[in-house]
Design a protein. Structure first.
Length: 125
């Protein structure tokens, strides 16, 4: 069975890149342009993983992760942060506090992205 990944980012170019990489590596993908849109997708579908940016207008990645983990029907879905900003120890602690499995930087290292997706899908919450 193919895993489905919901890609959440307010920038279409970022979603497009991640979608192409994941599609090419055998994943099914869905997209949302922000946290609120992601929650609408999550209520219709239950993807196997949410890969989300942190800094987005309207609802950031932290708020999205909290909403997912607070919902009994969604809380088992792993969340991975994929961010362009420097990852400081406090960011990692904050991500862990809201139930995020992993936080990685948008460095262009596609192997790191694929490893993070694979690890999150294999590691139960």
């Amino acid at each position: 069975m193919t895993a489905t990944v919901l890609i959440v980012d307010d920038l279409a170019v970022n979603r497009d890149l991640v979608r192409m990489v994941l599609d090419h590596n055998g994943y099914e993908t869905r997209e949302a342009d922000g946290g609120a849109a992601a929650l609408r997708v999550l209520t219709r579908e239950h993807p196997d993983l949410v890969l989300t940016d942190i800094r987005m207008p309207e609802m950031d990645g932290y708020s999205l992760a909290r909403a997912i983990k607070a919902d009994r029907a969604l809380r088992s879905i792993p969340v991975v942060f994929y961010t362009a900003h420097y990852i400081e120890a406090q960011n990692i602690a904050d991500a862990s506090a809201v139930g995020v499995s992993r936080i990685i930087e948008k460095t262009g290292d596609l192997e790191e992205l694929l490893d993070a997706v694979a690890d999150a899908l294999l590691t139960p919450d």
